[in-house]
Design a protein around this ligand. Structure first.
Ligand code: ATP
Ligand code: MG
Length: 331
């Protein structure tokens, strides 16, 4: 699959985040090329693991899950918080790699070219006050080895070599912006033209390894994630599109539910804007959309199945009751 084709597939489920989509699709495409054409005399390819950074509820996990579904490579996801809570980090990691082998249907060659997504790596930040469980830093150290590439013994005695496994790490990294704002030193280049300002903005919006150290990611760990993709806050417009456009958008889901009762659901555009406004206030990205939407739709879904005469429901505002239309004879 070409990078543009991967992006086209991602677009069906993930709204916006064009930069991250581009970076991911190119990385995955290159990963494929690097591992597929390993001729003996070929240029030695080095993999480039990826770090996905972005505010909560903006699509990090969704992007990776969608990617996993559309690609023909074994792909597993793991949660760093779970790793940080167990005493047996090594065994957990081994279990992740075992799942990769399962996804490859036991084909070791295929598994060794797979992709592992480790979510919530920002929860591994090294803090001095860690109450229980191994410290995040210990988990970072354990992950280092497999990200770098090393043979790992699985519990059935087989060895899996992770040299060619692509690692994608995701996390919200709350507070990183403050660290970045404080550290950037490219402010004194003379910027008379707007073009200069653009370049400056680009440099300043890059996450530097030193920013990650300050956050609590150990240098060796950050060093093994050379590619950083950032997801942006979702705008009101994007939030509206999220409710309507994706194949399994919440609007489509509820239209489907009511259609099964022979009822047409129509929600007018201003309603989505009202929901989006509220979601922005809740500061949880697209995550709050569902709650607000369901609260609005609950009375409708409660009422409709008891009233077969209703044929159509129209919602014109989040703050007004839905209007019901039925066959003329109905009460
Ligand atoms: N860009 C997007 N396009 C479409 N839907 C989105 C997008 N971002 C978020 N969503 C919706 O919000 C839900 C939560 O998003 P997701 O799990 O990807 O957040 P996240 O970035 O991983 O956040 P966290 O840092 O809290 O894990 C998704 O299941 C999806 O329904
Ligand atoms: Mg997530």
């Amino acid at each position: 699959m070409k990078p543009s084709e991967i992006v086209r597939h991602l677009n069906q489920h993930v709204i916006g985040q064009e930069d991250a989509k581009k970076i991911l699709s190119v990385a995955v495409y290159s990963h494929f090329k690097k591992t597929a054409q390993a001729k003996p005399d070929a240029v030695e390819m080095v993999k480039s693991n990826i770090l996905l950074i972005g505010p909560t509820g903006t699509g990090k996990t969704l992007l990776c899950e969608t990617l996993a579904r559309i690609l023909d490579v074994p792909f597993v996801t793991a949660d760093a918080t779970a790793l940080a809570q167990t005493e047996y980090v090594g065994e957990e990691i081994e279990a992740i790699l075992h799942r990769l082998l399962d996804r490859a249907e036991g084909d070791m060659q295929k598994a060794q070219r797979g992709i592992v997504f480790i979510d919530e790596v920002d929860k591994l930040k090294a803090t001095s006050a860690q109450a229980r469980g191994p410290s995040g830093e210990r988990v970072q150290n354990a992950l280092l080895k497999i990200m770098e590439g090393s043979p790992v013994r699985l519990n059935d005695g087989q060895y899996i070599d992770t040299t060619q496994v692509l690692f994608i790490c995701g996390g919200a990294f709350v507070g990183l912006d403050n660290i970045m704002g404080k550290n950037h030193s490219f402010g004194f280049i003379s910027t008379t033209e707007s073009e200069n300002q653009k370049i400056l903005d680009r440099i300043n919006s890059r996450v530097k390894p030193t920013d990650l150290y300050e956050f609590g990611i150990i240098p060796e760990f950050a060093g093994r994630l050379p590619i950083v993709a950032r997801l942006q806050d979702l705008t009101r417009d994007m939030l509206v599109r999220i409710m309507v456009e994706p194949k399994n958008s919440i609007y489509r889901q509820f239209r489907e539910i009511l259609a099964s009762e022979g009822v047409e659901l129509l929600i007018e555009p201003p309603v989505f804007e009202q929901i989006a406004e509220l979601a922005i206030e809740y500061k949880a990205g697209a995550r709050s959309l569902r709650g607000i939407f369901e609260e609005m739709i609950t009375p409708v879904v409660f009422l409709v199945p008891d009233n077969p005469a209703i044929k159509k429901v129209v919602i014109a505002s989040l703050f007004e009751d839905a209007k019901y239309f039925g066959a003329p004879a109905a009460a």
